[in-house]
Design a protein around this ligand. Sequence first.
Ligand code: ARG
Length: 381
Amino acid sequence: MRAEAVEFLTAYHQEHDVPGLAQRITEVLDEIDLTGSYRHRGEELVYGSRVAWRQSVRCIGRVRWSALHVRDRRDVTSVAGIARELRQHLAEADRSGRIRSVMTVFAPDRPGVAPRARIWNDQLVRYCGWPAPDDSVLGDPAQHAMTRAVLRLGWRGPDAPGRFDLLPWVIETATEPPTLVAAPRKLIREVPLSHPQYPWFAELGLRWHALPVISNMRLRIGGVDYSCAPFNGHYLSDEIGTRNMGDVGRYDQLGVVARALGTDIDREDNLWREHAALVINQAILHSFRSAGVRISDPHTESELFVRFCEQEERAGRPVYGDWSWLNGSVGWAALHAVHHRYYDTRVPTPNLLPTTRPYDAAGGVGATLRDLHSAAHRELA
Ligand code: ARG
């Protein structure tokens, strides 16, 4: 922690030309000696959160990093308080569809013990994956385990399961067990999908939510972990059109759309998958645009990312990136500049790091935060 803190403070003071580095380092190191950790100043937290985005190797939208709106909610530690702040986050990010990038940072983890709060959902808006009779999944197969977890926690669910049922939130803290909180339907914008040329497309009954709010990554700044720090950007069409709708392990719609287009799906030499994916992506862009919801297309996003790379290089910084993630979501990848270069694959901090999910494939629960914190208390006593 000491080394990472020094590195972080140095970067902050240098990048912003803030005086008083030596003094701040002494102060922080003393605080670490005394308490085992240190508290970021408000400005440090904002800077650290933005740099965490700037260094996120999987994100193609990073040109916007310095505009991230950071909500410092480190003093909010109860389930009810966190739920209230998550609702506020949705409202501040949505802005009637003119989506802005927002991060809400809750209390840091207790070093060496456990997070002080944790959200089980991987995103704040997700659709249930219900087991269907023929061993398939109704809804989003990626949420099958989470759906089982919320049922085990006692969620009643809708009377008739559908393909786009909002999952409730599960929030737990150092003193409260995993708790169900209903998703705030009125704050969640959704877009029904239609296609500008094919009237039948709307009849497929597909839809998607406007906001991707990732809620299960750990924000790490200067050696301090914030396991509860949900953040959002806005969508790139391929994330929904190619992956969420197209992947065989997700909504698996390529065959459905290809058949509706009258394409023979028993051969490969007619590129029916590509054709269907293209049509779905057009539908995503068209539907979001008509609904007034911010969305990016792959061509523009690739151009913007190249601009980001140039900015970073001019600032004398490496361009960190994971090629497969950056290109996995930009349509016909080789058409775009982002495809034709390599990236520094290191993951420095500040950053946003993956966490292990708190429930297993059957929705079963492991050790709760409450258990972990009280075990640490007993050890101390
Ligand atoms: N790919 C994820 C999804 O489809 C969202 C990841 C974050 N994307 C973003 N544009 N910020 O839900």
